[in-house]
Write a protein that binds this ligand. Sequence first.
Ligand SMILES: Cc1cc2nc3c(=O)[nH]c(=O)nc-3n(C[C@H](O)[C@H](O)[C@H](O)COP(=O)(O)OP(=O)(O)OC[C@H]3O[C@@H](n4cnc5c(N)ncnc54)[C@H](O)[C@@H]3O)c2cc1C
Ligand code: FES
Length: 301
Amino acid sequence: MNGSVLYNLSLAGDNFLMGIFAPELARNSRAGQFVMLRVSESLDPLLRRPFSFYSLGAGPARKKQPAGNPPGTNPSAAPGIARGTRTRSPDSVEFIYRVVGQGTRIMAHMEVGRPVDILGPLGKPFPLPTEPSEIFLIAGGIGIAPLLVLMEEFQQREPNLFRKCKTTLFFGGRRAADIVGAEDFQVMEIPVRIATEDGSLGEKGVVTDLLLDGESSGKEKLPRLIYTCGPHAMMAAVARLCRQWKAPGYASLECLMGCGFGACLGCVVGRRTPPGRTARAAPSQEPGHDGLGHLRLRPRV
Ligand SMILES: Cc1cc2nc3c(=O)[nH]c(=O)nc-3n(C[C@H](O)[C@H](O)[C@H](O)COP(=O)(O)OP(=O)(O)OC[C@H]3O[C@@H](n4cnc5c(N)ncnc54)[C@H](O)[C@@H]3O)c2cc1C
Ligand code: FES
């Protein structure tokens, strides 16, 4: 499938927000799914790169609309780096990405109007909440990506249930520049709590420190439901908290990928089996997983 770059904005640090015109993808994809992007027309790099959707289409109608580019946009970006203006539409999809190597470096230089070869949507969607819940969204750095589209889809499909849930985003990073996209949750009136390891934004420490008080707040105790994406060590800590709280949750795993659709077994991850051993299986084939790149966190393992 082909799309074209609508905007490619430099955010804080090495993070970028890319909007792509891709009507079919915008209409047929779900929260938690991802695409494999071909970043170069040459054979170098050979493999496509996987990216989670950050948003699909125009998003839910809101009381407050973010004006123009997101507040995290880097005004001192070098000329030729920040391009275009953020303009979501029913035909657009967004990705938020961090430059870590050759492929993402190429992406950071893509100009408005450049055609993009996209394979997707891939993976299984996040299951949406089914009852009023205390929802904890727990993100580490660029792991924020699949959580915005999840909340937007939930609000659009189940507006009444969305209102009955008490949702909080817990967002961690090494430093302030790792915290990008928080304002998109604030526009949805989702409270955001931030932790950075160097203390440059929010509380000093790791994101799971914010969760240690553990007890549900408020008059009404709602069942807790967790969605998480970030570094594996952070998600392992979140999985331990889920067991402690006896709360179900879903983790979006980001592993090295070859094909993106279950053929190469390149994305195999370890999973603890009941006697305490570690099994290795592709996420798409493992019964404890809800699909490619998704792990269902069990309340008791
Ligand atoms: C399902 C899925 C969804 C993803 N969604 C996003 C997203 O929304 N935003 C985003 O910025 N990134 C996302 N990633 C990670 C992204 O695909 C990689 O950062 C990207 O492929 C790196 O390409 P590169 O050519 O720039 O780096 P490479 O040159 O390929 O690698 C540079 C360095 O980054 C490491 N690396 C590469 N891929 C990963 C990875 N998946 N996890 C951890 N380390 C990695 C390499 O080991 C190497 O050290 C996702 C990955 C998966 C599997
Ligand atoms: S990337 Fe090929 S099976 Fe997962």
